[in-house]
Design a protein around this ligand. Structure first.
Ligand SMILES: [Zn+2]
Length: 176
């Protein structure tokens, strides 16, 4: 019991240190890039969707032992365990209200997606999709093909909930 107690005290001390060394990120700078630590599986995936994970500049972490290290300077200490709260915190911290592109990286392997001609995908997507979609992107690594109607709509729905509608810059797609 006493052991647990001192562990909790140490953790809350680290949290205080982290909060006091956290810097504010300037508004209106270049698009921020992030790196998420391994504890953040789900959040990392969402950021990947937002097209920003790989360049890795701002460390996103809930790991207080990692964040108290001197070498860690640009970081966001995520206090919530909920991915939506984390996401909101990240966007607030870097003053971001829009996304450069949702269909930028492959959801499976994080490769940059490449534009594909409609004809190229004819035999590789369901006929209905071929008929109704005009824009396709492919992953050269795993061969998956994406189009705006697939994951984009559900991603946008989640993101729209997190951002003020008038600033989101995300068009809403209602047609199914
Ligand atoms: Zn892929």
């Amino acid at each position: 019991m006493g052991n647990n107690d001192s562990r909790r005290k140490a953790a809350s001390l680290r949290q205080r240190q982290i909060r006091s060394k956290a810097v504010a990120f300037a508004a209106g700078g270049e698009q921020p890039a992030f790196v998420a630590d391994v504890m953040l599986g789900r959040l990392a995936k969402w950021l990947r969707i937002a097209g920003s994970a790989q360049e890795g500049r701002i460390l996103l972490s809930r790991d207080t032992r990692l964040l108290v290290r001197k070498s860690v300077r640009r970081f966001i200490f995520l206090e919530s365990e909920k991915v939506q709260t984390q996401l909101r915190q990240v966007f607030q911290s870097v003053h971001t209200a829009s996304f450069p592109g949702v269909l930028v990286r492959c959801l499976s392997c994080n490769e940059m997606l490449e534009e594909m001609h409609r004809e190229e995908v004819r035999d590789r997507v369901p006929p209905y999709v071929y008929k109704t979609q005009t824009q396709f992107k492919g992953c050269s690594k795993c061969g998956r093909i994406f189009w705006p109607g697939t994951h984009r709509r559900s991603v946008l729905r989640v993101l729209e909930e997190l951002l003020p509608a008038e600033e989101s810059g995300i068009g809403s797609e209602e047609s199914e």
